[in-house]
Design a protein around this ligand. Structure first.
Ligand SMILES: Nc1nc2c(ncn2[C@@H]2O[C@H](COP(=O)(O)OP(=O)(O)OP(=O)(O)O)[C@@H](O)[C@H]2O)c(=O)[nH]1
Ligand SMILES: [Mg+2]
Length: 321
């Protein structure tokens, strides 16, 4: 079985921290209230919100209190019960040409890198991709996207730094349409959801692209940093109020033990997670899959581990994963 895909690589820190904790709290005797309390704390530490953690623990309590529960069986329960809180990402087909994707988010969350990775993904599927350098605000942002475009081998539409971002998006669409591109992905400047003027700029970009058609953009993705975990829920709500978010990209999962935040996000806000970032390379963005995610969080480590992960596994030798 090859369940351990790349999402699992990204969840390594979360899974190993959780597994280590579980080994520490599970006694050899029957399951007690105290053990259940400790387990609940471990789930919360992985950034599963309190409400979900306590519901999951309640279910385990009902089934198992006073019985002998192996770690393996416990992980099966965690996997099965947590699955219920997750939303499966819808399959998006690119019916319009170009299919326009807007990528939003606060500063430094990984928007530009994710755009490069998404572009690379579609390019590898044989689609013709155009990038729009819509971050005209931050110094170096246009060059950063340009470097990615060259690396991946896709085209880019860019204007001068400090120029009107909405105009770049408008022009990029016209170019994509005229030259028969399949996908257009627009980068945008990082902005705090609490800063009115920058949020207004975003509204303008959306107004302007709609001059090409009211259905535009076809897809709006919000990027959130996996290290911020469920604390990014207020950002998501604010961006979603400004313009409906179709999908979430959770980046930097590889650097955090807060992988449980995806469950909290799906529980609190019913927006599907579309992509998961698990590293800085252009192939390190994985389409979200509910099944792969729960296996990555609570998998027992007996399943095939790809070569790239075996190195990390060495590092954690001795831990029960
Ligand atoms: N480890 C890891 N690093 C990531 C991931 N995604 C992005 N990064 C890193 O995060 C940093 C910021 O990424 P950017 O793509 O520039 O973020 P941004 O949201 O475009 O930033 P601004 O344009 O300044 O708002 C870079 O160093 C990326 O390499 C990921 O999934 N894993
Ligand atoms: Mg950027």
């Amino acid at each position: 079985m090859a369940f351990f895909g790349k999402i699992s690589k990204g969840l390594f820190k979360t899974r190993s921290t959780l597994a280590k904790g579980v080994t520490g709290v599970m006694g050899r005797g029957k399951l007690t209230e105290e053990t259940l309390e400790n387990l609940e704390e471990l789930l919360i530490a992985s950034d599963i919100c309190y409400e979900v953690a306590s519901e999951i623990i309640d279910k385990i309590r009902k089934e198992c209190l006073g019985t002998f529960l192996s770690n393996e069986k416990l992980f099966d329960y965690l996997e099965n019960f947590s699955r219920e809180y997750l939303i499966e990402a819808p399959v998006i087909s690119h019916t319009a040409k170009p299919h326009v994707i807007f990528v939003l988010g606060v500063n430094g969350v990984g928007k530009t890198t994710s755009i490069a990775k998404i572009a690379n993904y579609y390019k590898n599927k044989g689609e013709k991709v155009l990038l729009a350098a819509g971050d005209t605000f931050r110094a170096g942002a246009i060059e950063q996207l340009d470097i990615w475009a060259k690396r991946i081998g896709v085209e880019i539409v860019k204007h001068q730094e400090k120029s009107d971002a909405a105009a770049v998006i408008y022009d990029a669409y016209a170019a994509a349409k005229a030259r028969g591109y399949d996908v257009m992905i627009a980068d945008t400047a990082g902005r705090l959801h609490t800063k009115d003027n920058l949020m207004e700029e975003l509204r303008k970009m959306i107004r302007v692209i709609k001059k090409h058609g009211d259905e535009l953009p076809h897809e709006t993705l919000l990027v959130i940093d996996g290290n911020t975990g469920q604390n990014s829920i207020p950002q998501t709500i604010a961006f979603n109020e400004l313009h409906p978010i179709d999908g979430i990209v959770v980046t930097k999962l590889d650097g955090t033990a807060k992988g449980g935040s995806l469950i909290s996000t799906n529980h609190e806000i019913k927006i599907p997670i579309r992509w998961v970032g698990v590293g800085e390379g252009m192939n390190d963005l994985i389409p979200f899959s509910k099944e792969e995610y729960v296996k990555g969080m609570f998998g027992d480590g007996e399943i095939d581990i790809p070569l790239e992960q075996q190195e990390i596994k060495e590092e954690f030798k001795g831990l029960q994963i």
